[in-house]
Design a protein around this ligand. Sequence first.
Ligand SMILES: Cc1cc2nc3c(=O)[nH]c(=O)nc-3n(C[C@H](O)[C@H](O)[C@H](O)COP(=O)(O)O)c2cc1C
Length: 283
Amino acid sequence: MTNSVELGELKLPNPLMLASGTWGFGETLPRKILSSVGALVTKGLSLEPRTGNPPPRLSETPCGLVNSIGLENPGFEVFRNRILPRLLALGPPVIVNIFGESEDDFFRLAEGLAETGIAGLEVNISCPNVKKGGIAFARDPEGVFRLVRGLTSVWERFFSVKLSPVGPVEEVALAAEEAGARALTCANTYPAMTVDLSRGTPRLHLGGLSGPAIKPLTLRLVYELSRKVKIPIIASGGIMSARDALEYLSVGARAFQVGTAILIDPEAPRNILSELDVALKDR
Ligand SMILES: Cc1cc2nc3c(=O)[nH]c(=O)nc-3n(C[C@H](O)[C@H](O)[C@H](O)COP(=O)(O)O)c2cc1C
């Protein structure tokens, strides 16, 4: 079995995590897969429920997927009372991905999740900060420093800051590390759109591109950042095979996430883990 990994104080049975937003809350995935992965990262959670964007929400491109889900989620109360107990019972550590429109939203979510038995938080900073005129947290290194510093006073355990691949990525990563982040997830989707040629209008704009198309881009980011920060990096971007995962691990990632691959083949995490086992034994 692939080796366990340590991300600061968080020990995982193996380095494969299910990426936020790509496996629902496990409704359609075989239990075997859910219970054999290193960690489950939930889809983004906000204080209040969100209905998300109107359809279409997914648009395929030749080597990637553009999504515009709009962070649909049931909100904190329903998640904590009805969904989380089921996820915790599956076995792997549960990392809850949180987002908010203000620093205070993040702090309240972290406080609310403190006594629930989760293994950690993943802090999505790709969302707009309403108090700063809607500029994304990820474009504002000072704002990220304040957010992360504030979080450390309400959340004392593992949390990873999930970077956006656009904006001042290096400055944001360094600010997050200096403020006390335990790890960085590198990275979220890339801004993208698709067109409905029959109408000559956008089919889906304000979307995020994921899948194989982004792997070389995010791979470079992981490589660059791993030379700048000391905290562990969790890679997320176009991992479809054990080879992709190995590439990320070889340039400095400590763990990795599988996302779009699950939407194509729900067995992908299991296949990647077993191929990784073989590849690591052969080394
Ligand atoms: C349909 C879909 C929904 C997503 N929802 C979230 C989310 O709620 N929060 C988040 O931080 N990232 C979200 N992501 C980004 C993924 O977690 C992942 O970082 C990204 O897709 C890159 O990895 P991949 O190429 O393996 O999919 C979503 C991605 C997809 C495709």
